[in-house]
Design a protein around this ligand. Sequence first.
Ligand SMILES: C[S@@+](CC[C@H](N)C(=O)[O-])C[C@H]1O[C@@H](n2cnc3c(N)ncnc32)[C@H](O)[C@@H]1O
Length: 237
Amino acid sequence: MWARQDMARRAYVREMFGRVAPRYDLLNGVLSLQLHHYWRRRVVHMLRLSPDSRVLDLCTGTGDLAIELARHLGPAGEVVALDFCEPMLRMGRDKARRRGLNHTTWLHADALQLPFAPDQFDAATMAFGLRNLIDKPAAFREIHRVLKPGGKVAILELTRPTRAPMRWLYDLYALHILPRIGKRLSQADAYLYLPMSIQHYEDRATIAEYMQQAGFTHVCYRDLTFGVVCVHTGVKP
Ligand SMILES: C[S@@+](CC[C@H](N)C(=O)[O-])C[C@H]1O[C@@H](n2cnc3c(N)ncnc32)[C@H](O)[C@@H]1O
């Protein structure tokens, strides 16, 4: 049972992404200086998937990671792309269709209440979604539940670099430049929310702890691009 405050935050996040959806891909490219494609490819590479894998992409949004996974696996594999915001999901579904990627299922559901029986997936991924979830330990318990034994998880998330001067530069960009660009190109509040949500995101070790508490082993994390993003990985024993 979620507290009223959590429900309100959940509703805020869903509505905000609904408003941002039409311009999300444009903003993603501009604000990440197009690096997000490289980060997604790294995540897919880290998972070392066999071509017949069944993969769940949580908080899939406009589906760029799901599409990268589907491309990587080819028609022998299957990707289930899940999000609770219909306008974001619709953008992803249309994009995949235009690219002829038919082995992806687009599912409107909550990452904290996955509509699957246990032990269904070979891998689960999430890109830039964890930061938005109201209960991160619960998310890891759900992911652990639906993975098959031996299944892998990879979480890509925006982080603050740990060392100066990258940290100073990053704060300057995230707190002052990014909201201005966001305001110009999209909804103002959404791109004020973004730096705030990065500031309040737990540190890397805490996320790793949540994963271990959920039952994952081989938990580790790797910074990319001077620590502006981090990938956490783990295995369900
Ligand atoms: C920043 S976007 C990331 C989209 C995409 N994964 C990407 O890499 O660009 C975050 C997404 O998480 C979704 N989201 C947030 N909380 C969720 C939840 N509890 N269940 C499902 N989706 C959620 C939002 O609707 C949004 O589409």
